[in-house]
Ligand binder design. Structure first.
Ligand code: ADP
Ligand code: AMP
Length: 226
């Protein structure tokens, strides 16, 4: 299955994609996580994209598309992928369709996690991320057992540079201008499902699981196993 998680910054895409990937044995492609890792390594790509991430702006389409093109070829992507933070523009969505159709695949479902602007600010301001394993916490809604330490690997928790209020507001503005139109794009293809992202993490997860399982059933009824 090829699943896209849509939603404004802080909607819970990363949180949910980790759980879904485990349950359904899917590979995650999180362009934001990849860019942050490249910046940390000070690679050529990292140097190119740093200024966009720090300002809360989108990395240019051609860079993002090249990156996804190179990853989607990996054999582990052939069993299915959850896209987190990609596509973010109509151009990226069109390019993804092209890339998948080249290998006789398609996006099966686009899950749009909806939260309010007020929640966007709250979710991002109090987000903390493990510097070592990338696990995401929230100081109020999903706190670590020990302050500033990752429950899973003992790594240090940090605040993302773009999780400061002025940059969060910029990211929200960018989302409205460039990314929100994608909702319509997938709606026209009849593969969009809206999810109430304001519920707690488990409830959002259960909503998503229900829609995925419904889609799997539908796909199986169209393509019964031999
Ligand atoms: P995104 O990947 O969409 O930017 P994240 O998954 O990183 O969002 O979540 C943003 C913040 O909100 C994190 O601190 C996370 O722990 C918290 N969070 C995620 N889902 C929920 C939820 N359903 N209720 C409350 N907090 C949540
Ligand atoms: P995220 O981790 O999804 O919140 O993304 C963090 C930042 O990475 C964004 O604010 C952008 O600067 C950049 N980014 C991630 N994914 C994309 C994308 N698909 N297109 C353009 N920029 C992206």
């Amino acid at each position: 299955m090829y699943i896209i998680l849509l939603g404004p910054p802080g909607a819970g895409k990363g949180t949910q994609s980790r759980r879904l990937a485990q349950e359904y044995n899917l590979k995650i492609i999180s362009t934001g996580d990849i860019f942050r890792e490249e910046i940390r390594k000070e690679s050529e790509l990292g140097k190119k994209v740093k200024k966009y991430l720090e300002a809360g702006l989108l990395v240019p389409d051609h860079i993002v598309i090249e990156l996804v093109k190179s990853i989607i070829r990996y054999p582990e992507c052939s069993l299915g992928v959850i896209f987190d933070g990609f596509p973010r523009t109509i151009k990226q969505a069109e390019e993804l369709d092209r890339l998948l159709s080249n290998c006789n695949r398609k996006v099966d479902i686009a899950i749009n996690i909806e939260i309010s602007d007020e929640d966007v600010i709250k979710r991002n301001t109090y987000r903390r991320v493990c510097i070592n394993c990338g696990r995401v916490y929230h100081l109020i809604f999903d706190p670590p057992k020990t302050s500033d330490i990752c429950d899973f690997c003992g790594g240090k928790l940090i605040q993302r540079k773009d999780d400061k209020e002025d940059v969060i507001r910029k990211r929200l503005e960018v989302y409205r201008q460039w990314t929100r139109p994608i909702i319509q794009y997938y709606s026209e293809k009849s593969i969009l499902v809206n999810i109430d992202g304001t519920k707690n993490i488990d409830e959002v997860y259960n909503q998503i699981k229900t829609v995925i399982e419904k889609r799997v059933k539908k796909l199986r009824s169209h393509n019964p196993p031999d």
